[in-house]
Design a protein. Structure first.
Length: 380
C-alpha cells in the first residue's frame, strides 16, 4: 500500500460504540467489530485523513503500545476492503477546475462512497466530462435522458431526432412547452439544455434513421450509445444493434411496455447482441417465435400509452447503466439481460437472458477487442 496515502473514514460511514462493540454503518448496512479495550475506536478516530499509515500507528501506539505496525496496516486493509475508507490525499489537480469541483461536488461525494484507498474519486467525474455519448431519440425518455446527462456532467452528447412537438407529447416530454407545438424537437431540446449546462458540447443530427448505415454514422466515435428511438418499431433495434457491434460501442436501451418498463445492455465482444437474443428465441421457443414473427409482419407495437412515472424510472435505470459503464464504479446490471419493472408493485426481475451465439450473423465475426466496460476504469 502506498506509504503516502492519507486514509480517512468516509463521512457516510459513522462509528457507534456500544458496550465493547463498534457498529460501523453506511448504505443500509451495519458491521459489528469487537473492541474490548477501545483500541479500534481510537484507530478509527485517527483515520481522519491527516496522517499516513505510519503516523496512524505512531499515534495509536502512544495509548496502546501493544498494537504493532503490522496489525494497524492489516486493520486498515480490512477497513478498505469493507469500503470504509478513502484517500484524503487524492487530488483533483489536473482533473477538474474550480467550476467543475463546485458544480459536481455531490457527484464526487457519491463516487467517493465507492472509492477505495487506491482510487481517486475526482477521476470518475473526469471520465464523465470526457465521455462521448450518442443519444438516439428525444421523446419522453430522451428528454429526461438529455437533461440528466447534462446534470451528470457528460461532456459530449450527439443527439438524433427528426420529429416535431405534438400536444400529446406534453404529458411526459419535459423539455417542450405548450407554445412549442409544431416545432422541431431537436432544436428546442438542445437550446434548453445548453442553457442549463453551457459546458456540455451537443451535436445535432436532425434526421430520421433509416438503416444500419445511418445509425453507424451517428454512433461513430462514441464511448456509449443510449437508444430510446422507437420508429420504425420493428427495425430500429436491429439497425442500432448491428451498428453498435460494428462500431464496437456498448449499447444501453429500453422503453415502456404499457404497464411495465424494460431495459438491457449490449456490450460487443462480451454479451450476446440483439440478434443472438432473437435467434435464441426462435430456436428454443416456438410459441414466442411465432408471436414475434406475426408482430413483425403486422407491424404491431402501439405507443399510445406512456406514463411519466414509468418514464422517469426508466431514465434512472438507463443512466445508472451508463454511469457504471463509463466510470467502472460497479458492473452493469443488465448486460445480456432484459430487466423489467412492473408498475403494479415495482417488482424488479430479470425477464429474459441470452448468451452470445457462436454462429450469430451480426456479432460472431472476429472484431476489435471490446474495452472492459464491465469493470472499466477501476482504481486511480
Amino acid at each position: 500500500m502506498d506509504e503516502q496515502i492519507l486514509p480517512k473514514l468516509k463521512h457516510m460511514t459513522p462509528v457507534f460504540p456500544v458496550d465493547g462493540t463498534l457498529y460501523v454503518g453506511g448504505y443500509g448496512q451495519v458491521a459489528e467489530i469487537p473492541d474490548a479495550d477501545g483500541a479500534i475506536r481510537r484507530l478509527f478516530e485517527l483515520l481522519d485523513g491527516t496522517r499516513t499509515i505510519e503516523q496512524v500507528h505512531r499515534d495509536l501506539a502512544a495509548g496502546f503500545p501493544h498494537v504493532t505496525a503490522e496489525e494497524v496496516a492489516a486493520a486498515i486493509e480490512q477497513f478498505d476492503e469493507a469500503g470504509f475508507l478513502l484517500d484524503e490525499g487524492a487530488s483533483a489537480e489536473g482533473l477538474l477546475d474550480e467550476y467543475e469541483l463546485g458544480r459536481w461536488a455531490r457527484n464526487i461525494n457519491f463516487f467517493g462512497s465507492y472509492s477505495r484507498l487506491a482510487d481517486n474519486k475526482f477521476r470518475k467525474q473526469r471520465r464523465l466530462l470526457d465521455a462521448r455519448v450518442t443519444l438516439l431519440g428525444l421523446g419522453g425518455l430522451g428528454c429526461h435522458l438529455l437533461q440528466d446527462l447534462a446534470a451528470l456532467g457528460i461532456g459530449h452528447v450527439r443527439v438524433v431526432e427528426f420529429d416535431r412537438v405534438e400536444l400529446s407529447n406534453l404529458n411526459r416530454q419535459v423539455l417542450y412547452r405548450d407554445g412549442d407545438i409544431g416545432q422541431p424537437k431537436i432544436d428546442l431540446a438542445v437550446e434548453r439544455i445548453q442553457a442549463f449546462n453551457p459546458r456540455m458540447e451537443i451535436e445535432k443530427i436532425p434526421r430520421r434513421l433509416g438503416s444500419t448505415e445511418d445509425v453507424l454514422a451517428a454512433v461513430d466515435g462514441s464511448d456509449l450509445v443510449i437508444s430510446v428511438a422507437d420508429r420504425p418499431k420493428m427495425e430500429i433495434n436491429h439497425w442500432v444493434n448491428e451498428a453498435c457491434v460494428r462500431a464496437n460501442v456498448p449499447l444501453v436501451t429500453g422503453g415502456l411496455d404499457t404497464q411495465r418498463l424494460v431495459y438491457f445492455t449490449m456490450i460487443p465482444g462480451v454479451t450476446g447482441c440483439i440478434e443472438c437474443w432473437r435467434l435464441g428465441v426462435f430456436r428454443t421457443d416456438d410459441v414466442s417465435a411465432a408471436l414475434l414473427a406475426e408482430k413483425r409482419e403486422r407491424q404491431i407495437g402501439g405507443d399510445n400509452a406512456a406514463f411519466v412515472p414509468l418514464v422517469t424510472m426508466t431514465t434512472g435505470l438507463l443512466l445508472g447503466e451508463a454511469v457504471r459503464l463509463l466510470t467502472g464504479i460497479a458492473p452493469p446490471v443488465a448486460a445480456g439481460k432484459l430487466v423489467q419493472v412492473r408498475f403494479d408493485d415495482y417488482e424488479t426481475s430479470v425477464h429474459e437472458t441470452w448468451e452470445r451465439l457462436p454462429d450469430c450473423p451480426v456479432c460472431s465475426a472476429p472484431a476489435v477487442p471490446a474495452p472492459d466496460h464491465s469493470t472499466a476504469a477501476s482504481g486511480g
